[in-house]
Write a protein that binds this ligand. Structure first.
Ligand code: XMP
Length: 326
């Protein structure tokens, strides 16, 4: 039997009851596979790895070792949420590594997008590898592979998976959600008690804010981007748009324009709003954000974020614009 093929008889998981049945089945399967051995998981805080973590905690508790690498390119509050949910609430065995300086030092003066991606992906593997080699007695590697990853493994998404792990790692894989579609992973995550803010989150690229802080990343511009992005997210949540808009974020280019603040000349970067809808990320349309909300977001970002003096709204569908700016 091809274990990477979803059986035609497998029912789509849409209800808590179906999710609980799936969880019971996987808990038993994981226990049978793992026995009393240890399992390692790179926990990014994204939907898939978070659901796998919660499932494995239920199945094998402290035999799971989660490693969360903060590459310094996370959105505001994300690493804190991983620690709060997994270490504090679920009592997981969680190793937290703040590798911000390592990543930002390597990325200094690097402006070319693909080079930035390579550096981030390569360094991620290095940091994770270093941590893994410090641990003793790990026999398994868990991964948040989902069914579309298997279906598209030689397709478009391949170059996106910067979180990919070294091929020479000698671990057997534990991939409990590999036959599930994204919507099912979310239903399972909710049944496992993960917070909605974690389970319903929008897609976030592996290289994180690194591909939204355009050109060569500087710490001050990265900080401005993170703060502006947090305001956009907060206002979308207040307006209920987080429930309907597929992906929304801020990009900050490496350019300044002249402005005025407190009667003085004020040079700053523009914050570019991107808010799109799509089903498969291959093409995308623009969300028509109400003007009143755009004005509010603009007022808040320009007043609250140091270094930003204009807010722009990207009206370009995909194609011809990609979703991300880099
Ligand atoms: P584009 O910009 O190609 O994005 O229209 C399509 C979708 O993929 C996400 N994306 C990435 N995800 N690593 C990822 O894990 C990446 O390097 C990456 N680049 C883009 C993007 O956010 C959008 O959802």
């Amino acid at each position: 039997m091809d274990t990477n093929k979803r059986p035609e008889t497998m029912e789509r998981i849409t209800t808590p009851e179906l999710a609980n049945a799936f969880i019971d089945e996987q808990v038993a399967a994981v226990r049978a596979q793992v026995g009393d051995k240890k399992v390692l998981l790179a926990l990014s805080g994204g939907v898939d790895s978070s659901v796998v973590a919660a499932l494995l905690i239920k199945a094998i508790g402290k035999q799971l070792v989660c490693v969360h690498v903060n590459h310094g390119l996370m959105r505001k509050g994300e690493s804190e949420q991983v620690i709060e949910v997994f270490r504090n609430q679920l009592d997981a065995n969680l190793i937290y590594i703040d590798a911000t300086d390592r990543f930002l030092d390597l990325l200094k003066d690097v402006a070319e997008p693909e080079k930035k991606r390579k550096i981030i992906g390569g360094e991620f593997i290095k940091v994770f590898d270093e941590e893994a080699s410090k641990l003793e007695g790990i026999s398994f590697l868990a991964q948040g592979t989902i069914y579309p990853d298997i279906l598209e493994s030689d397709g478009v998404k391949a170059h996106h998976n910067v979180g990919g792990l070294p091929e020479d790692m000698q671990f057997e894989l534990v991939e409990p959600v590999k036959l599930l579609f994204k919507d099912e992973v979310r239903v399972v995550g909710k049944a496992l008690g993960l917070p909605a803010s974690m389970v319903d989150r929008q897609p976030f690229p592996g290289p994180g804010l690194g591909v939204r802080c355009l050109g060569a990343i500087t710490r001050d511009r990265l900080h401005a981007l993170r703060e502006a992005d947090a305001i956009l997210r907060e206002e979308f949540e207040n307006a209920g748009l987080n429930k309907t808009v597929w992906q929304y974020f801020i990009a900050v280019p490496d350019m300044k324009s002249v402005g005025v603040r407190n009667d003085k000349r004020y040079e700053g970067w523009p914050a570019i709003i991107r808010a799109i809808n799509t089903t498969d990320a291959m093409s995308a349309t623009i969300e028509e954000i109400p003007y009143a909300l755009l004005h509010k977001i603009t007022a808040r970002i320009t007043a609250e974020v140091e270094g930003i003096n204009r807010v722009l709204y990207d009206l370009t569908p995909k194609p011809v614009g990609t979703i991300e700016w880099e």
